[in-house]
Design a protein around this ligand. Sequence first.
Ligand code: ZN
Length: 339
Amino acid sequence: MERIDKQTRKGTLEEFVKALPKTETHLHIEGALPYELLREMDSERFPREPDFRRKGYKYKNFVDFENILLAHAAVWFTSPERYHEACKRIFAGLQACNVKYVETSLHLAMTEFIGADGKELIHAIKSAAPKGMEVRVIGGFLRNGYTDAMKPVIDNMHTWDELDGIDLHGQEWLELEDWTAPVWKRCKDAGKIIKVHAGEFGGPDKIVEAIDLLGVERIQHGVRSVEKTDLVKRIADLGIVLDVCPLSNEGLQVVPSLEEHPLKDLCDAGVICTINTDDPLCFANTIEDEYFAVGDRLGFSFEDIGQLAKNGFAYSTMEKSLINKYTSEIDSLVDAYKL
Ligand SMILES: [Zn+2]
């Protein structure tokens, strides 16, 4: 009997997750490359089911993950046209999951690698957005990304109307360099969305640094804040949003298993969290998989799941009327499913 109940809940959960209007606010565009595009290009070089796309695959460490990501993404992303083509496919996939709002991070050093103009890449991404989906582009760098070649981009990007925000990517163990704080302040003053990857491989100190020195409003991951109770309270009090990616955290062994993920503790402590996929090329995950895992393996109620989806809209830069529309759609769904 209990087994039947569990199966029924799984089925209902799946239906509920499918119907839920969603956002995706932690998505690296290069890490979202649909693997099928590589297969269509060269099916011998890119096998149907490579090891790293197996369910439950665990990366040894961040460098292992990064090598696999680069070995695949760099093959495809060679021009603005390729960005556009990939984005059409990526956004169609997100739309099929009922995603209405996307903040996607473009690794701006790609402008140097492929010799393309940053604004042109942003246009290539945004012009691939289907009707009914709003796309914001966030420009990201490594912590040591202020190279001679990138200085003109970094020093001027606050003036780019097309750019919606900025982010520090990966490799958290690198020191925060002196150029970073003035750039983040300039972009914040220019009204950009201010993000930083922190509290994934780096400990709570990296989160404190992001708050104190960079004035962040959104932290990508931030899950290791739970190692410091005072910090969790501070994040909640400041209303900082954590864009969490549970299956990425499991795949990269940031948590020993998803069942031990601190998402519930963070939500219970009043921290605003959203649910996202990070790099679906590497984790073979969809946004529906993430929501489903939160309900199925972390035991979130339909109401709690609805709240996570509502957070995505509440802290988006969509028009208030649209935020209200999707929020009430989520409320009605929760009401219909919670009994
Ligand atoms: Zn990320």
